[in-house]
Design a protein around this ligand. Sequence first.
Ligand code: NOJ
Length: 559
Amino acid sequence: MTTAARTHAATDADPAPWWRQAVVYQIYPRSFADADGDGLGDLRGILARVDYLSELGVDAVWLSPFYPSALADGGYDVADYRDVDPRLGTLDDFDALVQQLHDRGIRVVVDIVPNHTSDRHVWFQEAVAAGRGSAARDRYVFREGSGPAGDLPPTDWLSMFGGSAWERVEDGQWYLHHFAVEQPDLNWAHPEVRSDFIRTLRFWADRGVDGFRIDVAHMLTKDLSEPLPSKAELDTRPLDGTHPLLDRDDVHDVYAEWRKVLDSYDPPRTAVAEAWVAPARIPLYASPTSLGQAFNFDLLEADFDAAQFRSVVENNLALAARSGSSSTWVLSNHDVVRHATRYGLPAPGRTAEGRPTHRHGREWLLAGGVSDLDVKGGLRRARAATLFLLGLPGSAYLYQGEELGLHEVADIPAALRQDPTHTRSRGFDVGRDGCRVPLPWSSSGPSLGFGPGPAHLPQPGWMARYAVTEQENDPGSTLNLYRLALQLRRRLLEGEDLQWRTTGRPDVLRFARHGGFEVVTNFGPTDAPLDGGQVLLSSGEMRHDVLPAETTVWLRPHG
Ligand code: NOJ
């Protein structure tokens, strides 16, 4: 044994809250299942698959936005925070879904997108109509342009999706949008903006929602005092809570208010921050007086490498302990190249700053590297990484389709791509559509069982081999690996301790959990000796006393 990490341990008198070690399954509703055949997934589609979710064994589902939206950013452009997009269903469908999930013991987390609305939101429509200087414009960030005629953007700030962060309206004023043009940033200094989001939280909490995922939680509050700094000036400002636009300390005033609302429910509602901030600042979001939990994307950014995985785990358990929260682990989501594909790429090069050149794999996709992909190796490593992740203390966030071992769809024709990161970067960024292709439920049919009609993004022929129906009765399938792992995890998890064991090999990691099971991962390219223990589950075929290359095993040690 080398080091021990200790976090919150439940006692009989004080059972740990459900979310601390929950397996949360992310559903991207437009691409999960389509009941009405219009090509877009919908709530009734999910409703028809609740048994699938229950058999998979997840503790909660997180629904990416299903609100009315022009889908300029896959639903993260919300036109009405307290309704369901008619193409995706109705509030009654939502209530039925919550009921059915709750009946199976599955909790429900919904997405809150507070940094920006859609340009179709009634507030923005009012703001544009009401003209400069109006109260309606004050809910957003409107400014006069620069240059003698005011026809240049107020500053040279860039949108996260490429191009200027400012867009001009007809009367000549400009509004700020850190994401797509159709996503105007809200003004969080405005009391009505603050009170309206509290109303939204209550609206969903009253309908039985158990938790919230907070989109770009680090961007809401901004210091927009004049003169606005240039991009170069911004880039020199430290990210220590005082930056004018990012991760400001005062954002936690917003969340302190939210926390009171969330804690007024029984049981208290949870929240998890999507905050791309320096590691040292994560505990601020995860603290019990703020949102309570924060995503950690470090595993998702790591190579399949023992040293990197170990340092990510150690750092994040320490950060979680500092906030009193539990850690979160993520390998895939709707914004990144699927992990089976990331791990199947040729060894990454390094940028001048030492970053892997295809951290998210998108540069590789753009370079047309489909033929370089090691399809089998990528999946083998993905299965090993997932089984490693599922053994860790803390909560595991899984993304729809990873349980099928799906690869990224790399070759979507440019004309069919939907992601604004593709269009706004003029194709420089290939975009995120490749992980959002509708799921294959069966190996035939118009959209491989996704629905009775076509799929809104093209499904390549190879997807049929990964269909649920193909995997259900195959004991070695990735689907059954996930099912068994989640079953076992539920049975074995006790407390949140992790104790590293020495392995004698730098490319093999081994840790023990309190419930009496050990997780051993061989990250290396050659077999490793494996001493002792009853094999409970493994990500690949095992041989006696041998842990094959790129394989994880869960063991119950002898004696
Ligand atoms: C983060 C979400 O995960 C992403 O999909 C979205 O484009 C941006 N936030 C903007 O809302």
